[in-house]
Design a protein around this ligand. Structure first.
Ligand SMILES: Cc1ncc(C[n+]2csc(CCOP(=O)(O)OP(=O)(O)O)c2C)c(N)n1
Ligand SMILES: [Mg+2]
Length: 595
């Protein structure tokens, strides 16, 4: 057995686990680890702060089958990661965060840059490990890696005192298979459970798939696509499941919820069998689904706590706790074996009709470019290789509404936590995990400012990331809320002075950097931006007065969805024309149900 110090063991473990990049920031209490990394082939990416480092690492996990790793120092560095760790926890993203800590004997002595990591991260991470001098660091790290992605995935924070990093240990070279296998989930649906599911399912005339982030993996996406190639059930998805089913599929009605697509929010009011898979019933989606109480619900999820909650709240008639891909595979095999088919032609036609007839639209007559218009244009350029990250705000919701993602793990957005500052650092992790992808980082002026330093990281590493910034000189989403519910008094959401962000990007070293505000320049600029090599920055100045539609008002239900003045029903083949009126069209199930 080889003798190494704790830091070298940490790095050796990462190598054994196949880690190729780490994201981080240095500091005295973690220097032994950075020193050991220098001798390794693992790539080191230094972000502009530790929140970004952990976002980049989580972006790595969000966009690949691997687990992102962040390495930071103690005190203010590890507390800087709290937001991104909580963000990953909320979205069930596996992540490893290593933090240096003061030497063990100084813990509790009011030492410089000491913070009680376990206390602070306790509710924000899947697990927090305070390594002590007697612990086996190798076993801890190898176990943590597989634990992070087991069951409901999440972040693991590992706090390692400086003296533990320096102390010599024996490296036992424990085979990682042992850890991997210990978390292997082999729960399957048995024949009786499949029979029970289909008894319920076959009663249904209007089944609807409600797809969540639990399916957002290669295996999950493949399983649901195979399942639905067979049954052809209309589907709606959460923000976290964009791309799980091809966004261009005519039976995929896209994102539902507070800012969901018109057709998803309409169809959900009409189903009689709600098949929820890998979803956490977010309040911005589920609170509005009062109707589903009267509908038969089947629910598959890997998280027993969530299952318990939903059983009490919604009384599903069929449930299974386990891996969604495995369960879908079992159901499909059973259906094939027993020649089970479903005749739902009318319902399928209804879904197609809604998707065709209620397209998203925006103010086409405004003198200003609309953020929705930029997304509508970008939608034409999405291909298999495109990977999107978003900020938080109107630009995020518009990206979710408009962009037809084709693959799982291709749309990265902060779902549960809704963290501004997410897009830039996440795009860096995505680009490292997917060197051949075309990574487009969509951001708002508010969100981008929050991790502005990452523009510098992107440029200095010459990453071919395309930053598409929608500059409406305001916190648009919050401004919309103030207009609707706070008498239009826009306290704190306006930016009085405009800044030419593209010029800053250019000075950081972006090879392509342009700012446009004229509609006539939009298409050409978008094409030049998408075509250019290296780091690219396109700043589009958009309408500060734009309102995000559709919206389901706070406290309202799907039937209260407000489509706004521009989204309206169109006849087959009809071109979209804006409506001049300001009146909000209230959608009511009976009014729009046209057979
Ligand atoms: C860290 C953080 N702070 C505050 C908020 C509240 N918030 C949600 S959206 C938003 C405005 C986002 O502005 P911008 O990025 O410019 O996007 P826009 O809505 O203008 O398109 C704010 C302040 C948040 N989600 N996250
Ligand atoms: Mg803005």
């Amino acid at each position: 057995m080889e003798e190494m110090n704790g830091a070298e063991i940490l790095v050796k473990c990462l190598e054994d686990l196949g880690v190729r990049h780490i994201f981080g920031y240095t500091g005295a209490a973690i220097l032994p680890v950075f020193h050991a990394l220098e001798k390794s082939d693992i790539g080191i990416v230094i972000n502009s702060n530790e929140q970004s480092a952990a976002f980049s690492a989580a972006g790595y996990s969000r966009s690949s089958n691997e687990i992102g790793v962040a390495i930071v120092t103690s005190g203010p560095a590890i507390t800087n990661t709290l937001t991104s760790v909580a963000d990953a926890y909320g979205d069930s993203i596996p992540l490893l965060v290593f933090a240096g800590q003061v030497p063990e004997h100084k813990i509790g002595t009011d030492s410089f840059q000491h913070i009680n990591v376990k206390g602070i991260f306790g509710d924000a991470a899947k697990k927090v490990i305070q390594v002590s001098n007697d612990d086996d660091i190798e076993a801890i790290i190898k176990d943590a890696y597989y634990f992070a992605r087991s069951g409901k995935p999440g972040p693991v924070v590992i706090d390692i005192p400086l003296d533990k990093q320096q102390k010599m240990h024996e490296y036992q070279d424990i085979n990682i298979i042992r850890y991997e296998e210990s978390y292997h989930d082999d729960r399957h649906l048995c024949e009786e459970q499949c029979e029970e599911f289909f008894k319920l399912f076959l009663k249904s005339k209007r089944p609807l798939l409600y797809l969540g982030g639990g399916l957002n993996s290669e295996a999950g996406s493949q399983a649901i696509r195979e399942f639905n190639d067979y049954f052809r059930i209309p589907s709606v998805n959460t923000l976290m499941a964009k791309g799980v089913i091809d966004g261009r599929d005519e039976l995929n009605l896209g994102m539902l919820g507070m800012f969901g697509t018109p057709y998803a929010n309409m169809l959900i009011q009409e189903n009689d069998f709600f098949f929820a898979i890998g979803v956490r019933w977010d309040d911005r989606v589920a609170e509005k689904v009062g109707f589903a109480i009267g509908t038969d619900i089947a629910y598959i999820d890997i998280n027993p706590e969530k299952m318990h909650q939903i059983k009490i709240e919604r009384g599903p008639k069929f449930t299974f706790i386990g891996d969604a891909a495995t369960a879908l595979g079992d159901l499909l095999s059973y259906a094939r074996k027993h020649n089970i088919t479903l005749d739902i032609r009318e319902w399928q036609e209804r879904a197609r009709f809604l998707k065709r007839s209620w397209p998203l639209d925006y103010n086409r007559k405004s003198e200003h470019i609309q953020s929705a218009e930029v997304m509508s244009l970008l939608a034409n350029y999405i291909d298999e290789k495109t990977m999107i990250t978003t900020g938080v705000g109107n630009q995020q919701m518009l990206a979710a509404q408009y962009l037809p993602m084709q693959k799982a793990k291709s749309f990265m957005s902060s779902g549960s936590f809704g963290t501004m500052g997410f897009s830039m650092p996440t795009s860096i992790g995505v680009q490292y995990a997917n060197p051949d992808a075309r990574v487009i980082a969509i951001d708002g002026d508010g969100s981008l400012r929050m991790n502005f330093g990452e523009l510098h990281t992107i440029a200095s590493l010459n990453l071919p990331i395309k930053v598409l910034m929608l500059n409406n000189r305001s916190d648009g989403m919050v401004q919309n809320l103030q207009d609707a519910a706070y008498d239009g008094i826009r306290t704190g959401t306006q930016r009085p002075k405009d800044v030419r962000f593209a010029e800053i990007a250019e000075s950081f070293g972006f090879g392509y950097a342009a700012r446009i505000s004229d509609r006539d320049d939009l298409k050409a600029a978008m094409e030049a931006f998408l075509k250019a090599d290296g780091p690219c920055f396109l700043e589009v100045c958009t309408d500060r007065e734009e309102i995000l539609y559709p919206k389901v008002p706070a406290g309202g239900a799907y039937k209260d969805m407000i489509l706004g003045p521009y989204i309206k029903q169109i006849a087959p083949g009809q071109k979209m024309e804006p409506v001049e009126s300001d009146t909000h069209i209230q959608i009511n199930e009976k009014k729009i149900f046209i057979e």
